[in-house]
Design a protein around this ligand. Sequence first.
Ligand SMILES: Nc1ncnc2c1ncn2[C@@H]1O[C@H](COP(=O)(O)OP(=O)(O)OP(=O)(O)O)[C@@H](O)[C@H]1O
Ligand SMILES: [Mg+2]
Length: 231
Amino acid sequence: MVQEVIAKTKLISFEDITKTYQLDTQKVHALRGVTFDIGKGDFIAIAGPSGSGKSTLLNLLTLIDTPTKGRIRYNNVDVDTLSDNEKTLFRNKQIGIVFQSYNLIPVLNAMENVAFALQVQSVSTAESLDRAAQMLKEVGLGTHLRHRPSNLSGGQKQRVAIARALVTNPSIVIADEPTAALDTKTGMEILDLMKELNEHKRTTFVFSTHDVRIINSVDHVIQIEDGRLIN
Ligand SMILES: Nc1ncnc2c1ncn2[C@@H]1O[C@H](COP(=O)(O)OP(=O)(O)OP(=O)(O)O)[C@@H](O)[C@H]1O
Ligand SMILES: [Mg+2]
């Protein structure tokens, strides 16, 4: 009963967000007034056809891009009031990003790739490698610490990328089609891993997907079509 009346803590709000790209003389309306909240600990899939605005929305969430109109708040702070420097600092500390194509550094092994995310935050090399090894164990790669990306499968590479996103203890992990490069079975394993990390660490996850099996197994789905949310 008590739990029912306690409001979930809001992490992010999108208030009437519009994104219009200018392509030569043509305007592309990628987002046409999008409003939603993300709560702490949420696990949200963003689904919609190709060109519907999923990547545009995620690029705004990561603060890589800025909206044409509307307000984005993180922890009640209007991100528009932050300088570029403050945004970068905020992103490094609070946001973990996972890419469809992993974006691992080929010459570094799994442990070094994950440790790199800490080293750019001035954590010592020894501590970075230690925490990277621990995080890789948590994603099931404890036996592959010294493998380079070229010696890992697609699913294993995505596990390394997820470990890299999580090792800094961000409050949110944002992933654009993290399973698109994987076969369905491996994609479902990555989804299960993200769910497990969400449940155990309470890290918020927001990710886009085309995969119907994934959409059907996630409680909270944001559907987007032609730049608008549909329910
Ligand atoms: N940098 C850009 N300049 C101009 N138009 C863009 C740019 N990025 C995206 N668009 C356009 O904005 C719309 C939304 O694109 P977006 O990449 O967000 O879609 P998506 O849902 O991620 O698609 P997909 O499932 O294919 O990845 C599309 O019409 C796209 O062509
Ligand atoms: Mg996309």
